[in-house]
Every structure is written in structure tokens, then in C-alpha cells.
Design a protein. Structure first.
Length: 206
């Protein structure tokens, strides 16, 4: 492949930075950089400042580990949400996917991943202990395990259920409307919404 030649080192630097983003190749990065050059200076400054503020000011909610602009996220702070119902998800993108269904009125707990020995991710790398503390200290009636229907997701479900087995809390899981092997963020809103509504008791097995 021929090396792209740039007449401006500044342009080359911006293209290289954009191309580090997921799914962005050199050609797309170049189009983005050239697009910025056509914009008003104030618009480009606002774009850059918003990225810097994102990196410097966004925090994790101290209750659910979701992204937030304050110590407690808008979902946890909303008095209309049901704090006795906790939906456990793998990532922040899963929170967004479930919120888009408009079928859930509880709160969340973001694990920050799922147990995957092949990837070097164990229980200690997740926020399971924080979840266990929330359940034992709070007035929690039900925990919904809304993880991907993969082997790793099922392993994490089982681990969490074992950790919470002595707590006086109902443990449920999504109805299998979400296909085996699917990740929540790619499920369509109707299917995911129905899976939440028709959730089932979690079976520990033998």
C-alpha cells in the first residue's frame, strides 16, 4: 500500500490521531480532518473543548458505576426510578440499550465487563463486590442479571448468583428473547424490552 503524503505536518498529525479511533481508517480520518478545516474556528474549538471536558470531567456514579457528570448519575438520583430493582449489566452501552426500550424503571449496576479467563478478566476485575454491598445494605427486592447470552455471560451470572444467594433478594434473568450468543447493545429495542418485561427467575442448576 502506498504511503499517504501530506503537504502539512499538522494535517498528518490530526489524521493519525483520528485513525486511532475504533473503525476509523486513514481515508476516513483524512475526510474528517479536511471537514474540520472547512468549519468556523469557534465550531472547531467547541469540538475540541468538548472532548477535553469529556476526558477530564466525566466520572463514574458512586452508586451504579455508570458514566455521570456528577457523583450520582441522573438515573440513580431520579426519585421516579425504583431503587429496589437493580439491573446488572456488563457495560455503559448496555445501560443505553435498555434505556432506549423505555420498558425499565429501576436502577442499574455496571460491572465493567464479564468474567473471561481467556481475556484475563476475573471476578476481582469487576464491580461484583460493590453490587453485593448495595444489595446487603440497601432495600433491594430484585436483581436482574442482564448480561450477554454467552458462555462468559452465563459464568458471570452464576458467580453473581452464588455471591447473593444468602441475601433476601429475588434474582432473575432476561427472557431468552435475546438470542444465544448475542450482546445486549446489538439487540433490537422491541426484543430487548420484551426480554426485560418477561424476565424469569435465575436457575442455579446443580
Amino acid at each position: 500500500m502506498n504511503q499517504q503524503l501530506y503537504s502539512s505536518k499538522l494535517l498528518e498529525n490530526v489524521v493519525n490521531e483520528f485513525s486511532k479511533l475504533p473503525g476509523i481508517g486513514q481515508k476516513t480520518a483524512l475526510r474528517m480532518a479536511l471537514h474540520l478545516l472547512k468549519q468556523e474556528t469557534a465550531s472547531v474549538q467547541q469540538f475540541g473543548e468538548s472532548i477535553i471536558r469529556l476526558r477530564n470531567e466525566v466520572v463514574y456514579c458512586k452508586r451504579c458505576m455508570n458514566l455521570s457528570d456528577t457523583d450520582v448519575c441522573e438515573i440513580c438520583a431520579n426519585p421516579r426510578r425504583d431503587p429496589s430493582l437493580i439491573c446488572v449489566v456488563e457495560s455503559i452501552r448496555d445501560v443505553m440499550a435498555i434505556e432506549n426500550t423505555m420498558q425499565y424503571n429501576g436502577v442499574y449496576h455496571v460491572l465493567g465487563g464479564i468474567i473471561s479467563p481467556m481475556d484475563g478478566v476475573g471476578p476481582a476485575d469487576l464491580t461484583v463486590d460493590a453490587l453485593e454491598k448495595r444489595v446487603k445494605e440497601g432495600d433491594v427486592a430484585e436483581v436482574i442479571l442482564a448480561l450477554s447470552t454467552t458462555m462468559e455471560g452465563d459464568t458471570t451470572n452464576f458467580y453473581i448468583a452464588r455471591k447473593l444467594k444468602d441475601a433476601a433478594v429475588k434474582i432473575s434473568t432476561l427472557a431468552r428473547g435475546v438470542s444465544i450468543g448475542d450482546e445486549l447493545e446489538y439487540a433490537d429495542q422491541i426484543t430487548l424490552g420484551r426480554s426485560i418485561i418477561h424476565r424469569q427467575p435465575f436457575e442455579m442448576g446443580e
